[in-house]
Design a binder for this molecule. Structure first.
Ligand SMILES: Cc1cc2nc3c(=O)[nH]c(=O)nc-3n(C[C@H](O)[C@H](O)[C@H](O)COP(=O)(O)OP(=O)(O)OC[C@H]3O[C@@H](n4cnc5c(N)ncnc54)[C@H](O)[C@@H]3O)c2cc1C
Length: 326
């Protein structure tokens, strides 16, 4: 029905799969820039749920400060824990970091989309093959709807997280990351308040970690904390195919495009920036420049983090070798 109305009105139809940070940001930017009809499909009945995120917003790529009302606190230090040693690194360097209320932020994005005239269809899981839009934006996260429907093999990072109650007062204003050399990944503690934190474990670029929940349970136990809810998900840290497939009129953004940070799995900033660049190119009617323009923006930072990952893997294999010899 929507596409019949479209053709009668002469406007283009843009269909967005996924109503999380990437999809909602793209829909909002698109609606602000062009007068086409934009519809977002989200399989869950509510926007902002379920939460698969430790809720740390990093001001990469000029995405700026999160809206003030969603900031829980500004992160002053990243505490790196290696064995029994801890090193607190000031985060007030080149970019800021904040703990946010991500579900509330996404609900707000959805409300803004509606105010701008974006059509939101929640509780509806769609397939690319059933869509008829002039542009289809795949913001379905990882693994993407595109990779599922076109059978593209996906390598990604895996994360498990719980909300835990305990005494986190020593980390006030800070977040903690504890890299592992048994597997390539890390544990994290991102406090929400003095007595609540998002505690997680992530394996980077792997798919091999068999018992992440069990490991995390032991880790949380060691903190004398009590898990109150669990979540798990894939993080799109590897790009598998072009980001604009002209033949099918599909553009991929956020985790669906494999843009999350390959070393720490952060992907909020990448989701937002890819949404902005996509909208800019769509507004110019030049979708072919979407991928080169976006990758140019991300290149320097991704190159740095990929080198860190290589170094990490090298150190882990040297350590493994030494252990075998000893
Ligand atoms: C445990 C965990 C902790 C993390 N912590 C952080 C962090 O602290 N900071 C950070 O920057 N990043 C973090 N990340 C990564 C971050 O959450 C992702 O990079 C980010 O959510 C990507 O946003 P997105 O919109 O691309 O995809 P997603 O947030 O995955 O959203 C995809 C949406 O599409 C919907 N969908 C999927 N398929 C369909 C379909 N066929 N039809 C309709 N709807 C569909 C889904 O329901 C979902 O709402 C974390 C990830 C995990 C798993």
């Amino acid at each position: 029905l929507l596409s019949v109305l479209q053709s009668l009105c002469g406007a283009n139809l843009i269909e967005v799969i996924g109503g999380s940070v990437a999809g909602l940001s793209a829909a909002l930017e698109l609606k602000k820039r062009i007068h086409d009809d934009v519809v977002v499909y989200e399989e869950h009945p509510d926007f902002g749920k379920p939460l698969k995120c430790a809720e740390c917003w990093v001001d990469h790529y000029g995405v700026g400060t999160p809206p003030e009302q969603f900031i829980k606190y500004s992160i002053t230090h990243l505490v790196l824990k290696l064995g029994n040693r801890q090193m607190a690194i000031k985060t007030t360097g080149s970019y800021g970091m904040w703990m946010i209320d991500r579900p509330a932020y996404e609900k707000w994005l959805a409300e803004r989309c509606e105010e701008e005239g974006v059509l939101l269809e929640s509780g509806r899981r769609v397939k690319i093959s059933e869509l008829e839009g002039d542009l289809i934006v795949d913001a379905s996260g990882c693994p993407s709807e595109y990779s599922r429907e076109f059978d593209v093999p996906v390598r990604a990072s895996r994360a498990v997280q719980c909300r835990a109650e305990g005494d986190f007062s020593q980390l006030a204003g800070k977040i903690l990351a504890e890299p592992s050399f048994d597997f390539i990944g890390y544990y994290w503690i991102f406090p929400i308040s003095n007595d609540e934190a998002n505690v997680g474990i992530g394996e980077l670029d792997g798919n091999r970690l068999n018992l992440p929940k069990k490991r995390l349970e032991q880790y949380v136990d060691g903190l004398n904390a009590k898990p109150t809810s669990w979540t798990a998900g894939w993080v799109g840290t590897v790009q598998h195919h072009p980001l604009y497939i002209e033949k099918h009129r599909i553009a991929l953004i956020g985790d669906a495009a494999g843009l999350a940070n390959p070393t720490n799995g952060e992907g909020i900033a990448e989701a937002i920036i890819s949404a902005k660049v996509l909208a800019e190119c769509a507004a110019r009617g030049d979708m072919r420049s979407y991928e080169p323009l976006l990758l140019q923006i991300l290149r320097k930072e991704r190159r740095f983090w990929k080198s860190v990952l290589c170094l990490w893997k090298a150190l882990a294999s040297v350590r493994g070798l030494c252990e075998k010899i000893i």
